[in-house]
Design a binder for this molecule. Structure first.
Ligand SMILES: Cc1cc2nc3c(=O)[nH]c(=O)nc-3n(C[C@H](O)[C@H](O)[C@H](O)COP(=O)(O)OP(=O)(O)OC[C@H]3O[C@@H](n4cnc5c(N)ncnc54)[C@H](O)[C@@H]3O)c2cc1C
Length: 500
């Protein structure tokens, strides 16, 4: 396939979902994925291999601007980062689509409303076979279709945590999850968050939309195909070719349409590296490509009761949005609280090097482990840059007051629930899990590289469909919003580009 109708770069949430939306359209589609499929080996459920030895981490270093190199937790496999994700498939709240004032500034609006986007969320939930329950969460936006399956059940220690939080007058709710718990546990008694998925237990980009897309014989996936740069036509109005390296050889493909879905960091890097007359890369008339990099401000919080063991295997079934829209006292938003997958001593060892293993095992065995997530706000100086082959990250954190506020109020809540020890630790730059914003969509070509259908304002046959398009990070996990927009863009492409 050297002249397919469409090339999709990347098989993560954005790339795989748009491929599924284009399946059956009759278009010939070539997907170029730099990674390979994840093999099923004993490492997949070995916490020491995953968290201490870094078995699955990329052999790649990024650099902090003016600082040290670091090994990012960014995964290159068929299915992308979703192979490791926590499978929380939650909608942005309706208010996230409008401007919202935070302690650290204003979160910008989307170029369309929640109401316009809602049907695409419903379709994405069906595609990812989301398990959830409506009516528990006070911030829940309108759903036109219920979840296709009931929620993943709380384990007994988590049912108790739910009751304790309710006892404080709070509203714990079931996490919407793309997890078939019976299938997951058949392959090993572990949690799924940050564990690689090689079966059907997690509905990730590969086991969900990619599997559906590849049933169409017009869609072909090439793995080990690392896209290096795009080439513009001589008048620069379109993308003429995609250049990629496979088995050491530089190859070229010349599709009619290009969909870039390499993830927020790598899509920006590909555009910035692509030759252009002004040296600023492609799709970058606005000079915003790579800018407005966001990644949630988040912390792990361990609520420990040395008198009670937490016997949970997977744990990750609850969230709390009581502080999502306000701090609860009429102040500004704080963020979302949700469970982490059950932590063990090896996972703690990856972060706390000096403590003896038995102490870490005791701590992990008596903790309920939470994830506090707050909105990071867009800032043009928070950005991804390239220096030759290197990726340079200049993450300017914003709105840290929200994380401080959420940490304080949740510490008080867990103490009130009877956990005498509450420890917290922020996640750092090596964890760019919720990267977004680097190729944002908007109405104005002067301030956004993409229009509201993720089409480049500069090159009419280029779409960027991954976390890069998100205009704000909100304070919930991003994957369902990326998937919903990918389905919306696929529908737009079918109606505007593939009509006979
Ligand atoms: C441990 C972990 C837990 C997470 N938990 C959740 C969660 O519970 N819920 C949630 O919503 N989100 C979660 N996320 C985030 C979620 O996985 C991402 O938001 C989502 O995968 C982003 O999709 P994407 O399409 O933007 O990019 P990716 O999933 O990163 O996909 C990009 C794809 O492009 C490929 N690629 C990159 N560069 C090139 C190139 N040059 N040439 C060819 N191919 C290339 C990559 O290999 C990859 O397959 C988690 C992430 C991690 C790491």
């Amino acid at each position: 396939m050297t002249n397919p109708d469409i090339v999709i770069i990347g098989s993560g949430i954005g790339g795989a979902t748009i491929a599924s939306g284009l399946a059956g359209s009759g278009a010939s589609i070539l997907m170029l994925e730099r990674g390979e499929p994840l093999p099923a080996t004993p490492h997949t459920r070995d916490t020491r291999a995953i968290f201490v030895d870094g078995h699955y981490r990329p052999k790649e270093m990024w650099r902090e601007a003016g600082g040290a190199p670091f090994n990012p937790g960014n995964y290159y496999y068929v299915g992308g980062n979703s192979k490791f994700y926590g499978a929380v498939l939650i909608r942005y709240r309706r208010q996230d689509f409008s401007e919202m004032e935070h302690y650290g500034g204003v979160s910008p609006a989307w170029p369309f409303s929640y109401e316009e986007f809602e049907p695409w969320y419903s379709r994405a939930e069906q595609l990812f076979r989301v398990r959830g329950a409506l009516g528990q969460d006070p911030t829940e936006p309108f759903h036109s279709i219920p979840y296709p399956f009931g929620p993943v059940p709380d384990e007994p220690p988590i049912a108790r945590a739910r009751a304790e939080l309710k006892g404080l007058g709070l509203h714990p709710a079931s996490l919407p999850l793309g997890v078939d718990i019976d299938a997951w546990l058949r392959d090993g008694k572990t949690g799924w968050d940050a564990f690689p998925n090689t079966g059907t237990g997690k509905v990730d980009a590969q086991s969900g939309p990619l599997a559906a897309a590849l049933a169409d014989r017009n869609i072909r996936l090439e793995t080990g195909a690392h896209v290096e740069y795009l080439e513009a036509s001589s008048d620069a109005t379109t993308i003429a070719a995609v250049h990629y390296r496979q088995n050491g050889t530089l190859m070229k493909v010349t599709p009619k349409l290009v969909i870039l879905s390499a993830g927020a960091v790598n899509s920006a890097a590909i555009l910035l590296r692509s030759p252009s007359p002004n040296g600023k890369g492609l799709a970058n008339r606005s000079d915003q490509v790579g800018r407005n990099f966001m990644n949630h401000n988040s912390s792990a919080m361990l609520a420990i009761d040395p008198r009670r063991r937490n016997t949970s295997v997977y744990q990750k079934t609850l969230m709390l949005n009581d502080y999502y829209l306000s701090d609860g006292k009429g102040g500004k938003p704080l963020g979302n609280v949700q469970l982490l997958g059950k932590i063990d001593g090896y996972m703690l060892r990856a972060n706390v090097k000096l403590a003896p293993k038995f102490a870490l095992d005791f701590m992990a065995g008596h903790a309920v482990d939470w994830y506090l997530m707050c909105e990071d706000l867009p800032d043009p100086e928070s950005r991804i840059m390239v220096d030759g082959k290197d990726i340079v990250m200049q993450w300017r954190r914003s709105n840290m007051q929200s994380l401080d506020g959420l940490t304080k109020v949740m510490r008080e809540n867990f103490r009130a629930c009877g956990y005498p020890i509450v420890l917290s630790r922020p996640f750092d730059k090596r964890t760019p899990s919720h990267q977004c914003g680097t190729v944002r969509m908007g109405d104005d070509p002067a301030t956004s590289p993409l229009d509201p259908f993720c089409r480049s304002f500069d090159h009419k046959n280029l779409f960027v469909v991954d976390a890069g398009f998100l205009p704000n990070s909100a304070a919930v996990n991003p994957a369902l919003s990326i998937a919903a927009q990918a389905l919306r863009v696929a529908d737009h492409i079918c109606k505007t580009e593939l009509v006979a």
